[in-house]
Design a protein around this ligand. Structure first.
Ligand code: FUB
Length: 342
């Protein structure tokens, strides 16, 4: 009790700088010395490695199609466990290094195969179309060397890679600024087409990767999310896919998590294989401060963690976000306890 009183007194005296950045949801900021968003977290070589977009105060103020999300490099963070010191490295891959890219390094992900690290990232090409590239490193912290061209057959944003039984699967896609509505049957349309509220929602895409990790081994397929009625979710459903695909597997169940964008939720749907279909199950994260919400889910030393971002440290500026994390609970019935974003 004496110790508790002492801690309260010290906190009052020394101010918040001495305390861990903690929210009501027992979430912790990874690092508030600079902005970092869209966390992709993995347990590699016994430590937690997190790959983020590096938000900054860009002069771009045009909000059309998310142009103000004008990131030019990725950041890497490494930590041993919840609460341990975090080491940050910026510029593990920069826009200047990628010959085919013109702008907007949006959410990325990293996979490890045979001791090498593959960073999958989206950027607009010189025609203004989002494509997905791959960059390789010998160490999880980089530096990453990009291929000279984007991966053939890729489009849109938010690539994430999931390993299952020795195969690697690339998931991707994002609406509106992410341009998914500009593609049908894996082809660029002359004119974008957003479905009306009572039509089927636009799905994320998934494709198995080639053995060398540099190409798609097959044409991308739709990731269909079914409602409890067994029918694909409609475009007007507040739980339909928008962006930020992520896959994890727990107790043999495949969990597809994603952002609903305009309704500001992170939701989950479950299935029995990496391609789906997946059945909508519920909310993982309620709305955070800021417009975008973006998650990754990582198992480390037997515990599951949810990584996400919010704009609270920047006072709500939607393009200046900070990464947070907390433990994530899977219940015995396979459901996930929702984390409160605020
Ligand atoms: O950070 C840019 C974009 O905002 C990401 O790619 C989306 O997932 C959203 O977080």
């Amino acid at each position: 009790m004496k110790k508790l009183w002492f801690l309260c007194f010290a906190a009052l005296l020394l101010g918040p700088a001495m305390l861990p950045a903690q929210t009501a949801a027992q979430s912790y900021y990874l690092d508030t010395s600079d902005y970092a968003a869209d966390p992709a977290a993995h347990s590699f070589e016994g430590r937690i490695h997190v790959y983020c977009t590096h938000d900054w105060a860009s002069p771009v103020t045009d909000r059309t199609d998310g142009n103000h999300y004008d990131m030019r490099q990725y950041s890497h963070f490494v930590l041993d466990s919840l609460g341990s010191p975090v080491v940050r490295t910026d510029a593990v891959l920069t826009l200047e290094q990628v010959p085919w890219a013109s702008r907007q390094l949006w959410a990325c992900d990293v996979a490890c195969k045979d001791g090498r690290y593959y960073l999958f990232f989206p950027a607009k090409d010189h025609q203004g179309i989002f494509r997905i590239g791959v960059a390789v490193a010998d160490r999880p912290e980089g530096p990453f060397a990009p291929d000279p061209e984007p991966m053939a057959g890729t489009y849109s944003i938010d690539p994430t890679v999931f390993e299952d039984n020795g195969e690697f699967y690339l998931y991707f896609g994002g609406l509106q600024g992410g341009q998914l509505q500009r593609f049908a049957d894996n082809k660029l349309l002359d004119c974008e087409r957003m479905p009306s509220a009572d039509e089927e929602a636009l799905p994320a895409r998934v494709a198995r990767l080639s053995a060398d990790m540099h190409a798609l081994a097959e044409a991308p397929r739709p990731v269909v999310i079914l409602g409890t009625d067994g029918q694909p979710l409609k475009a007007g459903d507040p739980h339909r896919f928008f962006e930020a695909a992520w896959m994890h597997k727990h107790n043999g169940v495949y969990y597809f998590t994603y952002s609903t964008g305009s309704t500001h939720l992170i939701c989950y749907a479950t299935g029995d294989n990496p391609y789906g279909p997946f059945t909508y199950r519920g909310v993982v994260l309620t709305p955070v401060v800021g417009w975008t919400t973006h998650q990754s889910i990582c198992r480390h030393r037997g515990k599951w963690y949810l990584f996400y971002h919010d704009s609270a440290p920047s006072g709500g500026v939607s393009s200046l976000r900070s990464t947070k994390f907390c433990e994530l609970v899977h219940n015995p019935d396979g459901s996930i306890d929702a984390v409160q974003g605020q």
